[in-house]
Write a protein that binds this ligand. Structure first.
Ligand SMILES: O=C[C@H](O)[C@H](O)COP(=O)(O)O
Ligand SMILES: C=C(OP(=O)(O)O)C(=O)O
Length: 357
């Protein structure tokens, strides 16, 4: 019973949503999609276990707002993935949930029509359909796990997750990650602090008990087994990058001291490129050079890339949206992406197999 004088004073309304099971019944996992996810997760786990010499690169738009453009991009990425697959394992960045510094568009699930209509029910459908289409193509998908309710709807289609710089320190996100079925990368904090990511790694490998939702959408005491495939993601912060060899060596030492995996992913965007998307290929080149010079810890990269360079504000008239341009952080264009990935693969083709030997 709600007591109108004390309960929910700041809740304007609540609307029931489709349950995870009902969404999955409408949009079931196909056999091909299932194969993609199983292979995607296994490959990334093998890379983290050093059983597979390749680098994995999570690459794609900062956020998805147009599924047609996303599929256009995915098709190109699939072709590139085939070309470089002996050296680089490409994973499509499919981000539907955006953590904002203050306010702003929170992503396709929250507001799929980008007009403050917040049609979350549609957002869940659109997101799941896109993940199915991407998986059907044979391309593994990565996302940021932000809202603790959405994993039950979508995670059967995800091969790698990020916990963002704004939530790595959150107990809720560490608990959720301990139950995710795929590897999870924890970003360092927005101020550059690595401690929060190291502590997250210590937390995620343990079992947790917390309030979650079950596949029928009911509130459930959720007990997790712990996720042994956590790793850190260096994204820079506090106005400074942290992809350079000294920062990477310091991160390795901190991870060793904490007794956790020294696997490191470098996010070439965000504070590592001072939010200038055009600098990302330079970061990629620097990482390739570090590996050539003997680095052992860097196993993955993240790159923000779209069909076209830069970003755009959401226009008042959505007809004015420019096709293939990010509406959140700026991205590198497709031709630059192809060049940067090919050049990285060419540089590392001979050295990576020897690294794990
Ligand atoms: O990657 C995306 C953004 O950096 C993140 O969501 C924060 O964005 P904002 O500072 O524009 O809110
Ligand atoms: C929000 C993101 O990154 P970070 O958490 O590092 O800011 C992102 O990758 O979209």
């Amino acid at each position: 019973m709600t007591d109108k004088q004390v309960d929910d004073l700041n809740i304007a309304s609540q609307e029931l949503l489709i349950t995870p099971n009902a969404l999955k019944e409408e949009l079931p996992l196909s056999e091909n999609a299932r194969k993609t996810v199983i292979e995607g997760r296994e490959t990334i786990r093998n890379i983290l276990d050093r059983k597979d010499h390749r680098l994995f690169v999570v690459i794609g738009p900062c956020s998805i707002h147009d599924t047609k453009a996303a599929m256009d991009y995915a098709q190109k990425l699939k072709a590139l993935a085939e070309e470089v697959k002996d050296t680089i394992y490409l994973v499509l960045r499919v981000y539907f949930e955006k953590p904002r510094t203050t306010t702003g568009w929170k992503g396709l699930i929250n507001d799929p029509y980008m007009n403050d209509s917040f049609k979350v029910q549609d957002g869940l459908h659109i997101a799941r359909q896109l993940l199915l289409d991407v998986a059907e193509l044979g391309l593994p998908a990565a996302t940021e796990a932000l809202d603790p309710t959405t994993p039950q709807y979508l995670q059967d289609l995800i091969s790698w997750n990020a916990i963002g710089a704004r939530t790595t320190e959150s107990q809720t996100h560490r608990e959720m990650s301990s139950g995710l079925s795929s590897p999870v990368g924890f970003k360092n904090g927005t101020d550059g602090s690595l401690d929060v990511a190291v502590n997250a790694m210590l937390s995620v490998q343990s079992p947790h008990r917390f309030l979650g939702i079950d596949p029928e959408g009911r509130v459930a005491l959720t007990t997790t087994k712990g996720n042994q495939y956590g790793h850190v993601v260096l994204r820079g912060g506090g106005g400074k990058p942290n992809y350079d060899s000294v920062s990477v060596a310091l991160a390795e030492k901190a991870l060793e001291k904490a007794g956790v995996s020294t696997n490191i992913m470098v996010d070439c965007s965000h504070a590592n490129s001072n939010k200038d998307p055009g600098l990302q290929p330079l970061v990629m080149e620097n990482i390739a050079n570090q590996i050539l010079e003997g680095n052992q810890s860097i196993v993955g990269l993240m790159v923000e890339s779209h069909l076209k360079f830069g970003n755009q504000k959401i226009p008042a008239n959505l007809d004015d949206l420019e096709y293939g341009v990010s509406i959140t952080d700026g991205c590198i264009a497709w031709d630059t992406t192809e060049q940067a990935i090919r050049s990285m693969a060419d540089k590392l083709r001979d050295v990576l197999p020897k690294r794990n030997a």
